[in-house]
Design a protein around this ligand. Structure first.
Ligand SMILES: *Cc1c(COP(=O)(O)O)cnc(C)c1O
Length: 411
């Protein structure tokens, strides 16, 4: 018999979202009349902006004509998209990049999950607790950890607890780690990192020759002027950081699929024998070997995000979700709940009622308010006692959901 990759068997069963789906299904079976409102999974609900759809259509038509048909494109993405990314997402913030430092892909989930492949198995990996589950699970699959303990902490990973006591900001490790996952604005807590916080991380990484994997999937939700959108706005970051960006939450591409990853050429790592190697070259090798590029129409659609029309429409989309965030935050806060986030991110991180466990609170909210959220403990042990609500619903449903919570649940 063929042997399996036994590291997969270490993964904790009942991944968060399937378990949520299971409980909701069980509830609706016995309560078929309940009008459930889902503020759980981090998926957008508003359609793609008209400027994006227009370009998307035009590109599809081009594919139907012999003169404009496109077969395989460059795996790293078309120049027309790379140029727009660099000009609009980086140059306006004082960051210069060359086009071979940007890799267009089909998602930041994929990229933040695949990136660990270009690093040795014996690196020490640091993750925030709570965190986006992809960072942890992909390192488990690769064999960079031992088994999970009863709290769900994998042996060998360095956890950085993010709690009320440290304003949900991970603290710089007390000893040397090699790879650090950071996500700002954060999923699930909704917190952001100011310039001095990111500078501390860049300084740590450079002193310890560590690499920061910076997930900026929610940068478009930053509303406060002084908060950096890219880690490369911090001096020295090009020598120590990889950045992930996505059109998913920015422009509603969760079902259309387009993202990109920045791997600066100044970023080096080492072989065991002490020779330096370019991570840009390694990622390019991986990307061109295992990926065949994002489809042409999707890249044209993504480029339209940067047109004048596109920018205006995307801004309106984000404002819409951020107004939802404000409604959730203000209503629950006025009702006496303790809430965090929701100011520069589409997530509200709330404390459960009376120190209840995250899953008990999930069940209570489902049973009493018919509202589905995400248990904080699903993002890591330090998320226990917290609960995530997402601002990605429609205005009407969001308003109704918080009304129900206010009326049915005591803080
Ligand atoms: C949604 C999300 C992404 C984006 O994933 P895609 O694969 O680009 O859709 C990346 N990181 C975090 C933390 C997210 O929540």
């Amino acid at each position: 018999m063929a042997l399996v990759n036994e590291h997969y068997l270490k993964l904790r069963a009942g991944y968060l979202f399937p378990e949520i789906a299971r409980r909701v299904q069980a509830f609706t079976k016995t309560n078929p009349e309940a009008q459930i409102i889902r503020l759980g999974i981090g998926d957008v609900t508003q359609p793609l902006p008209p400027a994006v759809i227009k370009s998307f259509h035009q590109a599809v038509d081009e594919m139907g004509q012999a003169e404009s048909f496109k077969g395989y494109g460059p795996e790293q993405g078309y120049e027309f998209l790379l140029d727009r990314i660099i000009a609009n997402d980086f140059e306006v913030r004082g960051v210069t990049l060359e086009s071979d430092e940007v890799f267009v892909s089909d998602g930041s989930k994929c990229d933040s999950g695949n990136i660990q492949e270009i690093f040795a198995v014996d690196n020490v990996v640091a993750v925030a607790d709570p965190a986006y589950p992809v960072y942890v699970d992909t390192n488990v699959m690769a064999g960079r950890t031992g088994k999970a303990d009863e709290k769900g902490r994998y042996h060998g990973l360095y956890y950085m607890p993010c709690t009320e006591a440290n304003d949900f900001l991970p603290e710089v490790p007390s000893h040397k780690v090699d790879i650090i996952y950071l996500c700002f604005p954060n999923n699930p807590t909704g917190v952001v990192a100011h310039r001095h916080v990111l500078q501390t991380w860049v300084d740590y990484a450079r002193q310890n020759q560590a690499v920061i994997l910076f997930d900026a999937a929610y940068e478009a939700y930053i509303t406060e002027e002084e908060i950096p959108h890219s880690i490369y706005e911090i001096q020295g970051a090009k020598e120590c950081a990889i950045e992930f960006r996505s059109f998913s939450k920015t422009a509603g591409f969760t079902g259309t699929r387009c993202a990109y990853t920045v791997v600066p050429k100044a970023l080096l790592a080492s072989t065991k024998s002490g020779e330096t190697a370019s991570l840009n070259k390694l990622w390019n090798r991986r990307h061109t070997t295992k990926f065949n590029g994002v489809s042409y129409p999707v890249q044209v659609a993504a480029a339209a995000v940067y047109s004048d029309e596109g920018k205006t429409q995307v801004r309106a989309l984000i404002d819409y979700y951020m107004q939802n965030a404000r409604i959730i935050r203000q209503t629950l806060s006025a009702a006496g709940f303790t809430v965090f986030g929701g100011k520069n991110a589409p997530y509200i991180w709330m404390k459960t009622s009376g120190g209840m466990s995250s899953w008990d609170f999930f069940d209570l909210l489902l049973a009493e308010a018919h509202v589905v959220g995400t248990p904080g403990s699903g993002f890591g042990p330090s998320g226990e006692g917290y609960f995530r609500l997402s601002a990605f619903g429609s205005r009407e449903k969001t308003e109704e959901a918080v009304e129900r919570i206010r009326n049915k649940i005591s803080p």
